[in-house]
Design a protein around this ligand. Structure first.
Ligand code: HSE
Length: 438
């Protein structure tokens, strides 16, 4: 009889409670698949309040550090979240004692992943974080194991369920941003502080982890250009729809002649693209491998059950005795990256301007773009209250002008828009959204 893997769980929120329940429910299957029984022997959480999961016979550790140091715990499962203590010290303690760790904590892995991976390498323990990116989507394993011998040129996708849920419902149901965010919080998708979701930091943390696995770079959130979705207005979603696009918050990491470019920002994608079909809380990651067509993984990217599914898969690997280097190669081989200057980003752009309604405005805008060698794919001037085009020479307040450009440099777009602002033919700040065609 093989000795069971004795698991200690720190954090009994939505995910932690679901992990306890699943280990109980899936115990026989886990043993069959891994060849070793898995038992939850101890737990700890901030409060001892009653939970919808049976903890009978499970020891309550006084704090996460005590749980990590408990000699009866073989594997620490950290589900508290937070980029620092107590999660950091607990994981460090467990790894240094040679105990494997499973965590869903992207903030911690993005910030301290290298240090923790070094500790894991040194003690020969596993540090598994499949649940940290894309919840139930096995993207970490795909990059680390499945594509271990494939050169990767780009990895990109929808990595935040909350933002995709908000954008989808705003677009499809015409709801306000705040209403959609409230629902995302109620459904357990959003972070404790939802500004991490909305301002793109959650996506950036996940992208930093994926980029490290894909390109052998050091995990570094600070190397990522980050822009969130809070500036996206219902009129942008309506205009995108009319022009054949959808707006998605994408994380993109790609190899360029000047290094690895990593960026997070709202992006217009053609409605016909596979990424545009990904709606609601669903996440999707596309990997462009050298010599093979792109691989797209799609699945539930947030929520208790989806996250717990990945946590259990990581526990199963520990039970099987699998010990991969956390980032797919030794930490000392990972290369530093620079923050990519977005001025040199090349692509098409959606621009929405509130143009002063007098003769020559459109011509002035077109001239300023032409001076920067920007070609316009389409230009539409809207009636302020709807889609009816404005009559030439009509008088009134500012009117929305929407432009789609062919591929150009971001630097050129900024220069052209600065000139338009100096010309005083628009009011307010122009809205600019990058377009990703494939
Ligand atoms: N807040 C995250 C999201 C949870 O919405 O994607 C999963 O990491």
């Amino acid at each position: 009889m093989v000795a069971p893997l004795r698991v200690g769980i720190a954090g009994l929120g939505t995910v932690g409670a679901e992990v306890v329940r699943l280990i109980e429910q899936q115990g026989r299957v886990l043993t069959e698949r891994t060849g070793r029984p898995v038992q939850v022997v101890a737990v700890t959480a901030r409060s001892k309040k009653k939970r919808a999961v049976d903890l009978t016979g499970i020891k309550w550790a006084k704090d996460p550090l005590a749980l990590a140091a408990d000699p009866e715990v073989d594997c620490l499962v950290e589900l508290m979240g937070g980029a620092g203590d107590p999660a950091l010290s607990a994981i460090d303690t467990a790894l240094k004692a040679g105990k494997s760790v499973v965590t869903a904590n992207k903030a911690l892995i993005a910030k301290h992943g290298l240090k923790l991976a070094k500790a894991a390498e040194k003690s020969g323990a596993a540090l598994n974080f499949e649940a940290a990116v894309g919840a139930a989507i096995p993207v970490i394993k795909t990059l680390r194991e499945g594509l271990a011998a494939t050169g990767i040129s780009r990895v990109y996708g929808i990595l935040n369920g909350t933002c995709n849920y908000i954008l989808t419902r705003m677009e499809q149901e015409g709801l306000s941003f705040d209403e959609c965010l409230k629902d995302a919080q109620r459904l357990g998708y959003a972070e404790a502080d939802p500004s991490f979701d909305i301002h793109g930091h959650d996506t950036a943390q996940k992208l930093a982890i994926l980029a490290s696995l894909a390109f052998g770079t050091q995990v570094a959130e600070k190397s990522i250009y980050v822009e969130g979705i809070s500036s996206i207005a219902p009129e942008d979603l309506r205009a995108a729809d009319e022009l054949g696009y959808r707006v998605k918050l994408l994380g993109v990491a790609m190899r360029t002649a000047k290094g690895i470019e990593q960026r997070v920002h709202p992006t217009m994608v053609p409605k016909s693209s596979s990424i545009a079909q990904v709606m609601g809380v669903t996440n999707a990651v596309t990997i462009d491998g050298e010599g093979i067509p792109p691989i797209t993984l799609v699945g539930p990217g947030a929520g208790g059950a989806a996250t717990a599914s990945a946590v259990l898969a990581d526990i199963a690997d520990v039970a099987r005795g699998i010990r991969s280097t956390p980032f797919g190669r030794p930490v000392e081989k990972l290369q530093p990256t620079e923050k990519a200057p977005m001025e040199r980003h090349e692509g098409g752009y959606y621009i929405r301007l509130m143009a002063r309604d007098h003769a020559g405005t459109a011509a002035t805008i077109a001239t300023r773009l032409a001076e920067q060698k920007i070609s316009i794919e389409s230009i539409v001037q809207r009636h302020p209250n709807g889609s009816e085009p404005l009559k030439t020479g009509a008088k009134g307040g500012p009117v929305p002008v929407i432009l789609i450009t062919y591929a150009t440099h971001e630097d050129a777009v900024h220069k052209a828009l600065q000139a338009v602002q100096r010309d005083k033919v628009i009011s307010g700040k122009p809205q600019v959204i990058r377009i990703e065609k494939n």
